[in-house]
Design a protein around this ligand. Structure first.
Ligand SMILES: *[C@@H]1O[C@H](CO)[C@@H](O)[C@H](O)[C@H]1NC(C)=O
Ligand SMILES: *[C@@H]1O[C@H](CO)[C@@H](O)[C@H](O)[C@H]1NC(C)=O
Ligand SMILES: *[C@@H]1O[C@H](CO)[C@@H](O)[C@H](O)[C@H]1NC(C)=O
Ligand SMILES: *[C@@H]1O[C@H](CO)[C@@H](O)[C@H](O)[C@H]1NC(C)=O
Ligand SMILES: *[C@@H]1O[C@H](CO)[C@@H](O)[C@H](O)[C@H]1NC(C)=O
Ligand SMILES: *[C@@H]1O[C@H](CO)[C@@H](O)[C@H](O)[C@H]1NC(C)=O
Ligand SMILES: *[C@@H]1O[C@H](CO)[C@@H](O)[C@H](O)[C@H]1NC(C)=O
Ligand SMILES: *[C@@H]1O[C@H](CO)[C@@H](O)[C@H](O)[C@H]1NC(C)=O
Ligand SMILES: *[C@@H]1O[C@H](CO)[C@@H](O)[C@H](O)[C@H]1NC(C)=O
Length: 462
């Protein structure tokens, strides 16, 4: 019996609907769910918070089965990661890759909407492990092959890179990959991304570019505020913000290797809500402005894209969900979160991009930048049992770092582990602060504005 014409029409419409739905762009914002904290909420609680914030995507840095399970039936798209230490085995062993995909993807899919597998994290920034660089693309190929084996061809395979994969990023049109990876790693990677219609995943932080050149770049240019100077590239394109410059530098670099069309995903971006006293611009005021505005920009309809590639939607993940207290390095590292570990927000933020700046409650004014002297001493909450080894480390670095706390020397008294550690931390930090040394010591150290010196014991200041 022939199907009556109206029914055919509705059937075709339904099929078309399914096709459009499958290929339609999903205009949502993602969050990076990092877990380097010892005070973070349970997985279940974290997923509830992600849902309450209305994030449409989440990226995790592993394949934590508890998280993948908790994300099932939420509709949230999930990006999972092959850990750096597994890349060697994945790259050389197809059975290993198959097993990885089976255990970490197939097992959870489709209840958990895994849509991206990232192979490693910022691999090309790790110079101490450069043999892994050459395993990266082979590992991506093997993960892809494993996905095909399980008929999961629509899951994209990529790898997030940092901006240091570029040799030059300014002017944007001069963007070019580093010599040490361009031909050997980037070219085959771009070939793979292009052939599989995947994305170039970039971690991009206008905050870092601005804070390292803040005399030259205005804060408003970095955080999408009102400013009085656009930048015109020699190629004629006009830039109204730093992020667009950075993204177009990446596109220029791809283009120089013959790949002009690979789409971008911002795998990480954000702005620190706090930092060390001497870290400029890291505060709630600036973080709220940057994140609110980038969300609105990225969800603009029609999409804004960049000057070089207008009107293209760029999926974006905000780093990060929580402030993570176990991240090492400068103070900013532990303050990228949208949420405190107790789940409350650092500032209001609407991940659907509907609220305008003026519709949010007023923010606390940014604290004035601290320009005075600083010393690095033991933190009031430091774990005292961890101090002796920290002292040993600090004293082993630099020149004459701990001479003054030897017996008979001016800072030997008071002979306590806390006093000696304070002296050692400060002596270390004053020597290394300008070359990347941090006042951290696993959380045992903190910067202070008051000179800890006594009449006889002078704390060095450089
Ligand atoms: C990777 O392979 C090496 C050598 O075959 C093996 O020793 C190691 O345990 C493997 N690593 C994992 C995570 O399976
Ligand atoms: C390859 O991986 C499989 C699955 O993990 C493992 O059983 C096998 O020993 C590995 N082969 C080599 C040569 O490491
Ligand atoms: C990789 O690291 C080794 C040891 O540090 C170095 O000799 C070599 O030149 C590096 N290779 C590249 C491509 O950077
Ligand atoms: C950057 O480019 C310059 C000029 O081509 C070159 O001399 C230099 O070695 C490159 N550096 C890196 C890290 O690629
Ligand atoms: C700002 O940086 C650009 C690129 O490095 C440079 O051309 C320009 O001269 C700088 N301007 C100032 C005021 O330093
Ligand atoms: C910068 O460019 C934008 C977009 O083209 C334009 O609306 C704005 O007026 C320009 N700003 C300045 C200060 O020239
Ligand atoms: C959560 O933690 C922050 C920072 O410690 C604090 O200011 C805030 O009051 C806490 N919120 C709740 C509900 O406990
Ligand atoms: C304090 O430090 C010691 C020595 O490093 C370590 O064994 C212990 O677990 C730490 N305690 C806490 C609460 O972190
Ligand atoms: C230690 O002293 C040497 C020789 O004076 C100098 O080259 C070096 O930079 C000093 N190291 C530090 C960390 O200050």
């Amino acid at each position: 019996m022939p199907i009556p014409a109206p029914k055919v029409f509705w059937l075709l419409l339904a099929i078309l609907g399914v096709i459009i739905h499958a290929y339609a762009e999903d205009y949502t914002i993602g969050v990076d769910y990092g877990q380097l904290g010892d005070n973070l909420p349970s997985t279940q609680e974290a997923i509830h918070l992600i849902q309450r914030m209305k994030a449409g995507r989440v990226k995790i840095y592993d394949t934590n089965p508890e998280i993948l399970k908790a994300l099932s039936h939420t509709g949230i798209k999930v990006s999972v990661m092959v850990k750096n230490e597994d890349i060697a085995n994945v790259s050389s062993n197809q059975s290993f890759a198959n097993k990885w995909v089976k255990n970490n993807v197939v097992y959870f899919y489709p209840a958990t909407r895994i849509n991206i597998i990232l192979v490693g994290n910022e691999i090309l920034s790790d110079y101490s492990n450069n043999q892994t660089w050459y395993q990266l693309v082979p590992a991506m190929l093997r993960i892809r092959r494993a996905l095909l084996r399980y008929k999961l061809h629509h899951i994209k395979v990529g790898t997030p890179l940092a901006m240091d994969v570029l040799n030059t990023s300014f002017p944007p049109s001069s963007g070019i990959f580093r010599d040490d990876v361009a031909e050997t790693v980037m070219k085959p990677m771009l070939e793979f991304l292009s052939r599989t219609r995947s994305y170039f995943f970039i971690d991009v932080y206008p905050y870092f570019a601005w804070s390292s050149d803040s005399n030259n770049i205005s804060l408003e240019y970095a955080n999408f505020g009102d400013h009085d100077k656009n930048y015109t590239d020699p190629n004629g394109l006009v830039y109204t913000n730093l992020l667009d410059q950075q993204l177009d530098a990446v596109i220029a670099a791809m283009s120089k290797l013959g790949y002009e069309d690979i789409r971008l995903v911002i795998a990480e971006t954000g702005w620190p809500n706090a930092g060390d006293l001497n870290q400029l611009g890291a505060n709630i005021f600036n973080a709220a402005h940057y994140n609110r505005r980038i969300i609105r920009r990225m969800l603009a309809d029609p999409p804004l894209g960049t000057p070089r590639r207008p009107n293209q939607f760029i999926p974006t993940y905000i780093f990060s969900l929580f402030n993570e207290n176990q991240k090492t390095g400068l103070g900013t590292e532990r303050h990228w979160g949208l949420l405190y570990p107790n789940g409350s927000r650092l500032y209001e933020i609407d991940l659907t991009g509907e609220l305008q700046d003026s519709e949010y409650k007023p923010l606390p004014p940014p604290p004035p930048p601290y320009k005075g002297k600083l010393w690095c001493v033991v933190d009031a909450n430091a774990n005292v049992s961890a101090l002796p080894s920290a002292i040993t480390y600090a004293c082993s670095q630099g020149n004459n770092t701990c001479v003054a706390i030897q017996p008979g020397k001016p800072c030997y008294q008071p002979n306590t582990v806390i006093d000696h550690a304070s002296y050692a931390f400060n002596s270390y930090w004053q020597q290394f602060k300008n070359s990347g040394g941090t006042c951290y010591f696993n959380g045992a150290a903190t910067l202070v504005t008051k000179d800890p010196s006594s009449k006889i014991c002078r704390y060095p200041f450089a």
